[in-house]
Ligand binder design. Structure first.
Ligand code: SF4
Length: 187
């Protein structure tokens, strides 16, 4: 673990980000319930949108990404995660394999934006192409390792909470997490 990322209390640091995901992986992680309290004895979450109010990608020992890379902002966040974190984890099928979020790959990105933000808009709606831009969609939604090097893959949709906690604990021990087939979860 990097010295720079260690906190004063010497816990390992973790940052999680949500790319093109549904937040289901993060939601499932919270299902470890009381074990989260035990985990916090060893881990400090520097960023994680359901746990910590931190919008950027701070330096951390372990960087975890949920979701596909589907727009230009996702590319920037993924690159920041790689730059700032010693170990990068692709969390869930979308990040690891591209998953259900890639169903949009057969459609034209511009037509999708128009359909969602213009065709279904009423007179009160603001157009994202004017004053409230949304990040430009990439041609395809792709898994994380097509943009940055990934060290660990934790599949599942979402991965089982225990599997995610086990993955973090194994990394803290300096081990590569082993995900056995019977622990793979697809809800
Ligand atoms: Fe959502 Fe499943 Fe993708 Fe996780 S892997 S972001 S739960 S669709």
């Amino acid at each position: 673990m990097s010295q720079t990322a260690q906190t004063e209390d010497d816990r390992a640091t973790v940052a999680t980000v949500c790319l093109g995901g549904c937040s289901g992986c993060h939601m499932e992680f919270l299902n470890i319930d009381h074990d989260l309290v035990d985990l916090l004895e060893d881990v400090k979450f520097e960023a994680s949108h359901m746990i910590v109010d931190e919008k950027g990608v701070p330096e951390a020992d372990i960087g975890i990404a949920e979701g596909v890379v589907t727009n230009e902002e996702n590319v920037e966040v993924a690159e920041e995660l790689r730059e700032n974190c010693d170990t990068v984890v692709a969390w869930g099928d979308c990040a690891a394999l591209r998953g259900i979020m890639s169903l949009r790959n057969d459609d034209d990105p511009d037509e999708m934006i128009d359909e969602v933000y213009l065709d279904k808009a009423d007179e009160q709606s603001e157009s994202p192409r004017d004053d409230v831009p949304v990040p430009a969609l990439l041609e395809d939604a792709r898994p994380l390792d097509e943009y940055i090097d990934v060290d660990v893959y934790i599949p599942g949709c979402p991965p089982d909470a225990e599997v995610m906690a086990h993955g973090i604990e194994a990394l803290l021990e300096g081990e590569q997490p082993e995900i056995v087939d019977e622990k793979l979860q697809y809800d």
